[in-house]
Design a protein around this ligand. Structure first.
Ligand code: IPE
Ligand code: IPE
Ligand code: MG
Length: 247
């Protein structure tokens, strides 16, 4: 596929040695994208999956090492059953058509979130996707499914209490130990968080891990998010001065 002029321009300006290692994305605006076109909301989700395919490819091409996508939150169960059911049909479809390309691109799939409460067919699809790709050594692709950050933190606390109760850990817990009990154990925190659709909030995503991430917002709805937006986000990120509290 040919590159557009603006993609070329951005790619020339981006410094390859300063690509963010870990990019997290709140993929928002599918519903509004559809409604603005007079379509039912699920058409927005359908198109959103196409954006996921392209963004995974573009991110891995760019040299991003970890891509974490917020696909379904613990709060999204509050939506109408029909919409929830449609969303729950997507992982199976995605892996069915996308596994060959994920393998070709050496992508390793993982799930973050409470898998136990997901429908069996979703658990099966994600399990297959992660098992088949587990030896791939390229980009790590985390799907946040039935993910909520507060729930994650509470899960970590309860696991720590259990471990302390049976004497497996003792003494005080520090930040490093605590991080190991989160779904993102062993992964570095996101360098860059992208949220589409113009909302400027975190919506219970990676509250602990985003402590020092650079934030990038765009009004573009997720189904319209394309390579040029990803490149813009990375280019803006490279101009940020990350201080981590220092001067
Ligand atoms: C993001 O789009 C997808 C999910 C949250 C599952 P939305 O469905 O939230 O779309 P809007 O925000 O209502 O437009
Ligand atoms: C955040 O989007 C969750 C996902 C993108 C999966 P929402 O659409 O659920 O967030 P709010 O409700 O606007 O905060
Ligand atoms: Mg939304």
């Amino acid at each position: 596929m040919g590159m557009t002029e603006s993609e070329k321009e951005l790619l020339e300006k981006i410094e390859p040695e300063k690509i963010p290692d870990h990019v997290a994305i709140i993929m928002d605006g599918n519903g509004r994208w559809a409604l603005e076109r007079g379509l039912p909301r699920h058409e927005g989700h359908r198109q959103g999956v196409e954006t996921v395919r392209a963004t995974v490819r573009n991110s891995s091409e760019l040299g991003i090492k970890i891509l974490t996508l917020f696909a379904f939150s613990t709060e999204n169960w509050k939506r109408p059953v029909r919409e929830v059911n449609y969303l729950m049909s997507l992982p199976e479809k995605y892996f069915k058509t996308e596994l060959p390309e994920l393998m070709r691109n050496n992508v390793q799939v993982r799930l973050i979130g409470d898998r136990d409460k997901l429908p069996g067919k979703v658990q099966k699809a994600v399990k297959e996707g992660s098992e088949k790709t587990k030896n791939n050594s390229g980009m790590i692709l985390n799907f946040a499914l039935n993910y909520g950050s507060r729930a994650e933190i509470i899960m970590a606390v309860n696991r720590l209490i259990d471990q302390a109760g049976c004497g497996k850990i003792s003494g005080n817990v520090n930040e490093k130990t605590f991080s190991k009990y989160l779904y993102t154990a062993e992964l570095p925190d996101p360098d860059l968080l992208i949220r589409t659709s113009g909302e400027m909030r975190i919506s219970n995503f990676l509250l602990w891990q985003l402590a020092y991430s650079e934030l990038w917002f765009t009004d573009v709805y997720w189904p319209d998010f394309s390579k040029v937006h990803l490149l813009e986000a990375v280019y803006d990120y490279q101009a940020r001065k990350r201080r981590f509290g220092k001067i």
